[in-house]
Design a protein around this ligand. Structure first.
Ligand SMILES: Cc1cc2nc3c(=O)[nH]c(=O)nc-3n(C[C@H](O)[C@H](O)[C@H](O)COP(=O)(O)OP(=O)(O)OC[C@H]3O[C@@H](n4cnc5c(N)ncnc54)[C@H](O)[C@@H]3O)c2cc1C
Length: 513
């Protein structure tokens, strides 16, 4: 077996072993990598080389700290290798397909028989991912002065970590080991070779029939993409709507959109068992009113994430954890062992790359410079990159109600925004929640083709305490999708026109005629 083949045997995400994946591996898990000799006591040892770990290591080293970074699989972690990067590459191709499919609506007549080349879609993804990988490469981080160790990191005491037979001593450590696809205890599912985010991006052939279990962001994004590629996709969700965490009105719009792409959605349906019949996977599921079978070629499971806390020696380090919620941290990201910190998916309810990045920055300040930055002060936006996208920041309506915070909500339909109409993307809306009787923005949800981009204006407004009144005074270029925010702000301004002010204006204008 070549070095590449033995890496691929241990890390299926690196399959197929073509030139692109070899380039990826050469960057993020170099086959000929020789771990350095540990040098004395480190200011900071980081376990896990995903976003949280890389940002912590680079930031600490940039400030002059002596840093070691340990990664057992692929530097770049989930985001680069089996998460954001490959999924967004596929989503782009799915959108290109949908644009051609729907081109007739724009007067562009595409001859019948156009087709999608799944092999080319996947190769494009592998090429782009490999192209991005130098940014997270072992060589780049070594050039920043960081000691990179490839292997399993494990605490052996509150002040030592072992990796590949070497002992690293540290003053401070950061646990950034991320999360993995949560397992579903359904009889026969594991034996059926069900796909997860760790294996789905290695497919080279399009499954004709695909069952996706779990309608969270990962399940929904991949469901829509595979449906557009041409798979017959059935999406199972045990709850009564897709994207359970989202505003119901917003989730319903996405639900209708993916149904138009040909997806069959089975809400309130739970898979009970899986059996193999020849090459077919047969899912037995509960409809609420009885049991049914569904025959598919592949199953993809996306039912949430489990934090990577096993075999880390956390007990030896005095770090408390929970197998479901991860490493226990306080608001400053300190674990129960005061000189050990954690960041990213391993300890966060907000499992996003940008949150892992923000948490890493907090760890650097708090661990190395007596800082007391708090995660509770972060304003965290997020988006699901379906078509249309859903983006959110701050409080949801139901959260405001739970906390007893009174709000006013300004809702603007995309069908009133010229640019959205002209683009043919007028299905969607923006809801902005403000503290009752004021213009203080507490939260916003948006559904639109570019919601993930547009929401940032409201994230900035919340962070900088800019109210809707100021947004109403901000000129937005015409015609843009972002004008929807200006319209919500104008609606707020109109509420300030009380009957008294209105009658005063009328009197002034009559007098000036
Ligand atoms: C399909 C998919 C799509 C996604 N899309 C988005 C998106 O569009 N936007 C977004 O913001 N987020 C997205 N995410 C989430 C995002 O990928 C994660 O939030 C982010 O990667 C978390 O970074 P992290 O550093 O905490 O963990 P990870 O990226 O998981 O990195 C942890 C690293 O630690 C290593 N490790 C674990 N244990 C050990 C050990 N004992 N020794 C050494 N190394 C160890 C792992 O191998 C891994 O490389 C997506 C996730 C998935 C699965």
């Amino acid at each position: 077996m070549s070095d590449f083949e033995s890496i691929a045997a241990a890390i299926p995400a690196t399959l197929p072993l073509d030139e692109h994946n070899k380039k990826l591996v050469s960057n993020v898990h170099p086959p000929d990598w020789v771990n350095p000799e540990p040098s004395g006591r480190y200011n900071m040892v980081v376990i896990g080389g995903g976003t949280a770990g890389l940002v912590t290591a680079a930031g600490a080293a940039g400030l002059g700290a002596k840093v070691a970074l340990i990664e057992r699989h692929l530097l770049g972690g989930d985001c680069l290798n089996v998460g954001c990067v490959p999924s967004k590459a596929l989503i782009r191709c799915a959108r290109a397909y949908a644009d051609v499919r729907d081109a007739g609506e724009y007067g562009v007549h595409v001859p019948d028989g156009f087709k999608l080349d799944f092999g080319a879609v996947m190769e494009r993804m592998r090429k782009l991912r490999a192209g991005i990988s130098p940014h997270d490469s072992a060589e780049r981080f070594r050039s920043l002065g960081i000691d990179i160790f490839i292997g399993d990191g494990k605490f052996t005491s509150p002040n030592t970590i072992e990796v590949a037979g070497k002992t690293l001593k540290f003053a401070k450590a950061c646990i950034a080991t991320g999360a993995r696809a949560a397992a579903l205890p359904i009889p026969g599912l594991a034996e059926s070779g069900a796909l997860t985010n760790e294996t789905v991006f290695s497919l080279t052939e399009l499954p004709k029939r695909l069952a996706v279990i779990g309608a969270g962001p990962i399940g929904v994004e991949l469901t829509q993409s595979f449906a557009r590629f041409g798979s017959k996709v059935t999406l199972f969700e045990s709850g009564d709507q897709i994207l359970l965490r989202e505003d119901k009105d917003a989730a319903l719009i996405v639900q209708k959109a993916i149904e138009r792409d040909g997806v069959e959605i089975k809400c309130c349906s739970a898979a009970k068992g899986v059996r193999m019949e020849g090459d077919e996977r047969v899912i037995e599921y509960d409809t609420g009113g009885g049991k049914m079978d569904l025959r598919v070629d592949q199953i993809l499971v996306g039912v949430g994430r489990s934090p990577n806390v096993d075999n880390l020696g956390l007990e030896a380090a005095g770090v408390e954890f929970d197998k479901r919620t991860g490493v226990k941290v306080n608001d400053n990201l300190r674990t129960t062992s005061k000189h050990i910190y954690a960041a990213g998916d391993v300890c966060s309810a907000f499992k996003f790359t940008h949150t892992a990045d923000a948490m890493a920055r907090i760890v650097i300040t708090n661990a190395l410079f007596f800082g007391s930055k708090k995660t509770s002060t972060l304003t965290i936006p997020w988006a699901t990159y379906s078509d249309p996208e859903i983006a959110h920041v701050g409080l949801y309506e139901h959260e405001a109600a739970q906390r007893g915070v009174e709000i006013d909500t300004f809702k603007v339909e995309l069908s009133t925004v010229d640019r959205a109409i002209l683009e043919g993307d007028d299905e969607g809306f923006l809801k902005v929640h403000v503290r009752k009787g004021s213009d203080e923005i507490l939260g916003a949800t948006m559904v639109s083709r570019h919601a993930g981009e547009t929401i940032s204006e409201l994230g900035l407004a919340i962070t900088a305490k800019i109210g809707l009144g100021t947004i109403a005074n901000t000129i937005h270029p015409y015609p843009t999708e972002a004008e929807v925010i200006k319209k919500a702000a104008d609606n707020y301004n109109r509420t300030r026109l009380t009957p008294f002010v209105k009658s005063l204006f009328n009197k002034i204008l009559a007098w000036r005629r």
